[in-house]
Design a protein around this ligand. Structure first.
Ligand code: PRX
Length: 634
């Protein structure tokens, strides 16, 4: 068996040879002429001239051997619906959806925006886009209308696919008013909206712009739509993610590199074999859903389990019963879900037969040691933390169990994956850190296959955002702090920028600040991430009001604070709602007017902010302390 060290070294020293061999894991309609084009750094293009298709690799190519194997098992504890689709049935559904989209004018290179809950049609629609050579942009169904409008304007879709409603925790969320408002706000005019009618909110069906999916599906029931063969570097999808500015970035992914990277990750990291069953509890609106609910398991010939619902409804045993019922071999979720489950009756876990399960993968936020230890002990199976970003598309750090079963170390997601030339660097000098020394986690050029190819519609932003912050180096910044030990294991120590992570959801504090600033009463605002026992972090907003300060009446103040939190709900969705809004009379700033967010976060966590030589007025700290004290009493 090769050692991890040799394997990783080969991938860095000779990426052409390494990835040229990995590329054989997928089907190419036309072979590539060149593995890697380095002519325009920091951009890297993979498998030049190769023509392939993601839907062909995820579905069609399995028909010869596994047409009758389940491709998709769908379970909704919100509606009680459970459905299974073999590869043959999945193929038929994708062809129907592709034919419908084509009849509505969608063609190669067009953008289709998907605003969908966790229903099988979300997966069909993604793969139908891939089949047609269209670019999907999935917007998380929990996002609010203004958020959706921003993405419509940036992605400029020719078609939007949506449903009548989402459902969460027993509550139906009617999508029609959200779509109405988003379309009214957006300047880009999308000609059509295709509606999947789940019959959760039927009274909304006759809105003027809607095209009902079901009659068209009937019309194209026996349709066959050929796969459009794309050059490896054509875009497959755009997925928006938050950063330092208020404007979300469209992470653009390619076709061939993504397929190869996912296939390689299934072998080297997840060890998912054809015929296995994988349950990734995430949402198609996030990158984990794109890669490990939809594309990777299907490319590798697995059965993927798609779940709509929470981990605790009807009770905290539901996920473990799913493992038993569907003989799930691989499970993947975020640590938050486990912190929620940890509070449930431990007997629920023990009651289910978990013998099919080989490993539990966790990503999206730091895995705290007590949770890691609890779940590893309760399951008696390997628990594999892995670290990555929307931008990278697949794990940067993990335990590559398919290469060498390295031991796990509590608190660390593991070692760099193949192709990731990872270095911790000093943020001021750009120099590489010694083992044990804290630095910014950076990647060298080229990023491996599967990573973002550029920022959608704005290549200069790819360079200025990601490749320009480390002095004296051509390095991609992850904007995460980390520390690496002598054995190469990295521990993540939090973000270097103003991004926070609430229950595994990546949120920009700037977006929340902008939402709050739109309220007439707000003069100034600072939003910070504060440690939370279940969600990892929560957002906390500190607001200075316009004009007169709030009177001492605590009920009036509480009313205003709740109203401000609701403003965020309406603009960004409830996932961004601050856990607390605190009215203060002054915010701590530097003399040049920069908000001292870290100092505010320290105070909110009950820590002292330390030395702040640049602070304009130290009295501001005391005012924040006092305001927090009042919140504590309230
Ligand atoms: O800060 C890191 C944190 O989540 C960020 C990326 O979030 P997102 O783009 O939503 O992609 C999630 C893909 C799994 C990272 O910059 N993060 C992600 N995984 C971990 C993590 N922090 C600590 N440990 C992890 N395993």
């Amino acid at each position: 068996m090769t050692s991890y060290r040799d394997f990783h070294r080969r991938s860095i020293e000779n990426p052409e040879a390494f990835w040229g061999a990995e590329a054989q894991r997928i089907d190419w309609q036309t072979p590539f002429e060149l593995v890697l084009d380095r002519s325009n750094p920091p951009f890297a293009r993979w498998f030049i001239g190769g023509r392939t298709n993601l839907c062909h690799n995820a579905v069609d190519r399995h028909l010869a051997e596994r047409a009758q194997q389940n491709a998709l098992v769908y379970v909704s504890t919100e509606t009680g619906i459970e459905r299974r689709y073999t590869y043959a049935e999945l193929h038929a559904e994708i062809n129907r959806m592709a034919a419908v989209m084509r009849s509505l004018g969608v063609k190669r290179g067009d953008v289709v925006l998907l605003y969908l809950p966790m229903i099988p049609e979300a997966l069909f629609a993604m793969l139908a886009c891939a089949r047609l050579g269209a670019i999907h942009s999935v917007v998380f169904g929990g996002f609010a209308a203004p958020n959706l409008a921003t993405r419509i304007d940036d992605a400029k879709p020719v078609l939007i696919v949506t449903a009548d409603a989402g459902a969460r925790g027993g509550k139906v969320i009617d999508y029609a008013p959200l779509i109405d408002e988003a379309l009214a706000r957006a300047t880009h005019k999308t000609p059509r909206v295709l509606l999947i009618d789940r019959q959760l909110a039927p009274e909304r069906l006759n809105a003027r712009y809607l095209v009902a999916y079901e009659p068209l599906r009937e019309q194209f029931f026996n349709a066959h739509v050929p796969c459009e063969w794309l050059e490896s570097n054509e875009p497959s999808y755009v997925l928006y993610t938050s950063g330092t500015t208020g404007k979300p970035k469209g992470v653009q992914r390619d076709v061939g590199g993504y397929a190869v990277a996912l296939a390689a990750s299934m072998e080297h990291i997840f060890q998912g074999k054809p015929g296995d069953t994988m349950f990734t509890a995430s949402d198609v609106g996030w990158v984990v859903g794109h890669s490990y609910i939809v594309y990777a398991p299907l490319i590798a010939g697995l059965t993927t389990v798609m779940y709509e619902g929470t981990p605790i409804r009807p009770d905290g045993g539901i996920w473990w019963r799913l493992v038993e019922q569907h003989k799930i071999n691989l499970m993947f979720t975020a640590p938050t879900a486990l912190r929620v489950l940890k509070k449930q009756d431990p007997a629920l876990l023990k009651k289910a037969d978990l013998s099919s399960l080989r490993a539990l993968f966790l990503a999206g936020e730091p895995l705290d040691e007590p949770t890691a230890a609890w779940i590893a002990d309760a399951l008696g199976k390997p628990v594999i933390d892995n670290y990555w970003q929307t931008e990278t598309g697949w794990p940067m750090l993990a335990i590559p169990r398919g290469v060498e079963t390295l031991p796990t170390k509590l608190g660390s997601p593991g070692v760099p994956s193949a192709g990731f030339n990872l270095t911790l660097r000093n943020e001021l000098t750009g120099e590489a850190c010694a083992p044990g020394e804290k630095g910014v986690l950076t990647l060298g050029y080229p990023l491996p296959p599967g990573c973002m190819s550029t920022v959608w519609g704005d290549p200069s932003r790819f360079v200025s955002t990601y490749w320009s912050s480390i002095p004296n180096q051509q390095a991609y910044s992850t904007f995460d702090w980390g520390v690496q030990d002598e054995d190469g294991y990295v521990t993540i120590l939090g973000r270097t920028d103003d991004v926070i992570n609430v229950a595994g959801h990546r949120l920009g504090t700037r977006e929340i600040e902008e939402a709050l600033s739109s309220h007439a009463a707000v003069a100034e605002v600072a939003v910070v991430g504060v440690t939370d026992a279940v969600k990892g972090q929560v957002a906390m907003a500190f607001v200075v009001l316009r004009g007169a300060q709030p009177d001492a009446d605590p009920s009036e103040r509480a009313r205003l604070e709740a109203e401000l939190a609701t403003t965020v709900d309406r603009q960004l969705g409830s996932i961004a709602r601050p856990a607390r809004v605190v009215v203060v009379s002054m915010l701590p700033k530097t003399r040049s007017g920069k908000l001292l967010r870290r100092a505010i976060a320290a105070l909110a966590e009950g820590r002292e902010p330390g030395d702040l030589p640049t602070i304009e007025d130290p009295a501001a700290l005391q005012l924040v302390r006092e305001a927090l004290g009042e919140v504590g009493k309230a």
